[in-house]
Design a protein around this ligand. Structure first.
Ligand code: NAP
Length: 230
């Protein structure tokens, strides 16, 4: 697909890191952008990057560990831009590093709430509208992390994201709402840390591939952004 003009994308966690790159990348295809972060003020830098790009830009805020804030975020999208055509469930946290035996259940719960349950709530809010309009692209951020038991809540939540994405894709088969996972690669961001081998910019153009799929293209598939690194 050569253009996303006329489409509206919501990218959670677009104040920095991978989400910011995705927002700018989509805007480069003419897509209108809804930038999300925990607090509205956190989106200022991304908004400043997007405004000269000639697309409509919106900002919504919401702490994804809090169901009330998730509901308010959904209401703000519906009251403002009014719909979502492309949803990047990008925001996520890593649990604090601890021996697997010592990880408090609270860390497991918070990680699952932000990385999985918030994603489900956003898909529930926006996928039915996509289905009714006969167009949607949902991209759920996953991770290639493995053999790191100290981060098990993070990695297990991403395994659940993978399974959930395939279930949602099955539900939406034949609707032109395509639901896929994206692994950005290990990148130098606040989450990835300074020892990551990749620069955050290397997530483009690969991160856009599942948003640019032609109608009735692949769904329930895994995309690795680094496969497309230039
Ligand atoms: N970086 C890597 O190496 C790597 C590798 C594999 C997968 N990933 C995945 O890529 C995605 C983006 O990661 P990243 O490295 O770009 O992360 P990041 O730099 O830490 O950015 C996280 C983003 O998520 C938002 N966020 C964090 N906690 C939130 C919460 N509780 N409620 C709402 N928003 C919240 C942040 O907003 P605020 O600015 O408001 O805090 C920020 O915009 C994640 O799904 C991650 O698992 C990253």
């Amino acid at each position: 697909m050569e253009t996303l003009a006329g489409k509206i994308a919501l990218i959670t966690g677009a104040s920095r890191g991978v989400g910011q790159q995705i927002a700018v990348g989509l805007a480069g295809y003419g897509c209108d952008i809804i930038v999300h972060a925990r607090k509205a003020e956190n989106t200022a830098h991304t908004l400043a990057m997007l405004r000269p790009m000639g697309v409509r830009v919106y900002s919504v805020a919401g702490e994804l560990s809090d169901d009330v804030e998730i509901a308010a975020l959904i209401d703000a999208v519906q009251a403002g831009p009014g719909r979502v055509d492309i949803l990047y469930n990008n925001a996520a946290i890593q649990n604090p590093w601890k021996e697997i035996w010592d990880i408090p259940m609270a860390d497991w719960r918070t990680t699952f709430q932000i990385n999985l349950f918030a994603m489900i709530q956003l898909c529930n809010a926006f996928a039915p509208g996509m289905k009714a309009r006969g167009y949607g692209r949902i991209v759920n951020l996953t991770s290639g992390i493995r053999d790191t038991p100290q981060l098990a809540p993070y990695s297990v939540s991403k395994a659940a994201v993978d399974k959930y994405t395939r279930d949602l894709a099955a539900e939406l088969r034949g609707t032109n709402v395509l639901v896929n996972t994206l692994d950005p690669g290990w990148l130098k961001t606040d989450l990835g840390g300074p020892n990551a081998p990749g620069e955050v910019e290397s997530v483009l153009p690969g991160a856009l591939v599942p948003a640019l799929l032609e109608d009735d293209g692949p769904s329930g598939q895994f995309y690795a952004a680094q496969d497309y690194a230039q």
